[in-house]
Ligand binder design. Structure first.
Ligand code: IVH
Length: 670
């Protein structure tokens, strides 16, 4: 490309990227693959790197540009950001509607029903079609300038072309208001990471949103994936359109994200219908809502109705019923999960909570029972969160207390196997591999690709085999024959033969796979590899004491205890013996591992030039190091290639050492 073509190419790329960002982040309807999008972005970044004079603040590459800041500047809102009055039941809603009719003198009023998104409200000012300011609500009159953080929210456009503004009927200078929120998936991920890093978790997505938009480091905001839904436009402090429904359309035309779940309705029955519909469907949404907002559609009527002290008379928030209730614990039962985890479950006097009758609530584990101080017979407060499984959140002290304490059983209620709680852990587990509750999961794991690689033995077949009682433990897989398989529904001779040949092939897989396949707790792929290399045979491993086990690379007291427990259970020993008789690999190669990088954890990010990801991983592991998928405080090095993204940001945030590929090779060589 000749130098004079560069500006045009930069413009074209920016337009393409903006178009695809809009398709992806606003419309949730991408046209191209992520890789293709990344290619466009990388091309633009490369051109901008060669021609920094062409970089503009509204370039899609400039979402995360701001430096960490000292604090936030206060900004006065163009018009106060008000809140909403609430209605908690049908009667209060009817009262509000009656007032609307009385005050306006109208007998028929159209309303727009919207979801009440549970985030925080935000004002965005655009000057000349470009995002100039993002301001939090604050006290309503004065908010805080959080512009650099708002720029990282992908559903907020940084610039809107004059043509698009004209089409939407918007002037170049205007203000958009809406709700900033954190989708549930992002919230979950963020709290998981915080837990790993030993940081306190956020109580709910709303708090997480508020915390995220006020961090001083825009990199952090960018990594947390907030979303923004708009619902109002002002120009010169006034609403531009005649109808609220037109405002929503104009916002969409201008490229803003508008929540699709809104409806223009013409009667009170329709309002009530919308409320009931979304109260029932709220758990299917990927973000939290706490009610429905009902707004008078006609803006002239809105003006007429005006405001009370802090809220408009033309809108109301219908708040969904609290999803908690009070009831009594009749008993505490124990459920055994697929991994053998024992979960104490409270059997409750049935109570109606948020639309359903609840008669069971989880108590998670023994630590939680101790923390809550819950006894059988107690009155408790029960909550139903977005995740549907109700939980006991509090024992009520002002009610008569129960007297029976709960104790975890020493034997599994499903199979009678030993129940163990490892030191320092909250969960009790059944350690019998043959426990029916654990059976499905353990067989799935054993047959899966990374373990014994028995192709064709997927979820459906495992289910059938267990159901038919043909497989009661993983050793039974090797007792299957054509006659048995043909008894299964939809099983033809050809499929049966294929599966049998896959089963036969699995016998050639190395010892480490068999060890991994046993499903010993805390023994993953890597630990299984170390065990196989250290002991060289299943027999030696089975005999090893806890002290001997701890001589193995990366194995500490907890893992060694878990391995010892596994082989101390006679049922497990019998199972392993059957696997030996079936002809699985019980001998391996003893191997001395390099220890150059022992105890060091690496994270790879970006495109490496000299090695593929797998090669780099192997290099590090062969030198005794460990490769992890995510950056945390425990990471020693981040190896950054070209176009490294959020992991690099995270490494900077946590002060982890960042190295290039070449440096990694040097470390490997010692
Ligand atoms: S309209 C004049 N619409 O609820 C009031 N607010 O409790 C303009 N909210 O501060 C607000 N979803 O943060 C409106 N669809 C929606 C909303 C919504 C959530 C929030 C907003 C407001 C709070 C009031």
């Amino acid at each position: 490309m000749s130098a004079k073509d560069v500006p045009r190419q930069v413009d074209t790329l920016r337009d393409q990227i903006r178009y695809h960002e809009h398709r992806y982040y606003v419309l949730d309807d991408p046209e191209i693959k992520d890789a293709e999008f990344d290619r466009l972005m990388n091309e633009l970044k490369a051109l901008e790197a060669q021609h920094p004079e062409l970089i503009t603040p509204d370039s899609p590459t400039q979402r995360v540009g701001g430096k960490p800041r000292e604090g936030f500047v206060k900004v006065r809102h163009s018009t106060a950001m008000l809140s909403l009055d609430n209605a908690y039941n049908e009667e209060e809603l009817r009262d509000w509607e009656r007032r609307v009719h009385e005050l306006s003198g109208e007998s028929k009023v159209d309303y727009v029903c919207e979801l009440k998104l549970d985030g925080m409200s935000l004002a965005l000012r655009f000057d000349g079609g470009k995002l100039a300011l993002g301001i939090t609500r604050g006290g309503g009159a004065i908010g805080e300038d959080v512009t650099p953080n708002v720029r990282t929210v992908r559903s907020v456009p940084l610039t809107i072309p004059a043509k698009t503004l004209a089409k939407a009927g918007l002037p170049p200078d205007f203000e958009v208001r809406g709700e900033l929120l954190m989708p549930l998936a992002a919230f979950q991920r963020m709290n998981d990471e915080r837990e790993q890093q030993g940081l306190p978790k956020f109580a709910n997505p709303r708090n997480a949103t508020a915390g995220t938009v006020r961090v001083l480091e825009p990199n952090v905001t960018a990594s947390r994936r907030l979303d923004f839904f708009s619902y109002a436009i002002f120009a010169d402090g006034r609403t531009i359109f005649e109808l609220h429904s037109e405002t929503l359309k104009a916002l969409q035309t201008a490229g803003f994200k508008v929540n699709p779940n809104h409806r223009l309705v013409h009667s009170r029955d329709e309002v009530w219908g919308f409320i009931n519909e979304w109260e029932a469907k709220r758990d299917n949404l990927p973000y939290e809502i706490d009610g429905i907002v009902i707004k008078v559609d006609r803006i002239a009527l809105q003006r007429e109705l005006g405001f009370t002290g802090k809220a408009p008379r033309w809108a109301i928030a219908y708040k969904f019923a609290a999803r908690s209730g009070v009831t009594q614990i009749e008993d505490i039962l124990v459920q055994v999960g697929r991994t053998g985890k024992l979960t104490p479950v409270a059997a409750l006097k049935p109570v109606f909570i948020g639309g359903t009758t609840v008669s069971r609530a989880t108590l998670h584990n023994m630590d939680e029972i101790d923390r809550l101080g819950v006894r059988i017979g107690d009155w408790v407060s029960v909550e139903r969160g977005g995740d549907v499984i109700p939980k006991v959140v509090k024992a009520l002290e002002d009610k008569p207390r129960g007297t029976r304490r709960f104790h975890m059983p020493e034997r599994c209620p499903v199979c009678g196997g030993h129940v163990v709680r490892a030191e320092g852990e909250a969960d009790h587990r059944c350690i019998n591999v043959n426990c029916p509750a654990k059976l499905r999961e353990s067989i799935r794991h054993f047959a899966s690709r990374g373990v014994m690689n028995i192709e064709g033995m997927g979820d459906a077949l495992v289910e059938q085999l267990v159901e038919a009682g043909m497989v009661k433990n993983v050793a039974d897989i090797y007792a299957l024959d054509q006659e048995k398989l043909l008894k299964l529904e939809r099983m033809g001779k050809k499929s049966a033969d294929n599966i049998l040949s896959e089963i036969k092939n699995s016998k050639t897989l190395p010892l480490e796979r068999v060890i991994y396949g046993l499903g010993i707790r805390m023994v993953g792929e890597r630990t299984a590899q170390f065990l196989a290399e250290h002991f060289g045979s299943m027999g030696a491993l089975m005999k090893a004491s806890e002290e001997e086990l701890q001589e193995v690379n990366e194995i500490g007291p907890r893992v060694s205890e878990s391995i010892r427990e596994f082989f101390d259970e006679p049922k497990n020993v019998a199972l392993v013996e059957r696997l030996r008789q079936a002809g699985l690999a019980f001998k391996g190669q003893k191997k001395q591992r390099a220890t150059t990088l022992a105890g060091k954890t690496f994270v790879l990010t970006g495109t490496l030039e000299r090695h593929t990801r797998d090669e780099a991983k192997k290099l590090i592991e062969d030198a005794g190091g460990k490769v992890s998928g995510s950056v945390s405080k425990k990471t020693d090095y981040v190896v950054a290639g070209a176009e490294a993204g959020s992991k690099l940001d995270k490494a900077r945030e946590l002060g982890v050492v960042i190295i290039c590929e070449k440096k990694m090779e040097e470390l490997v060589k010692g």
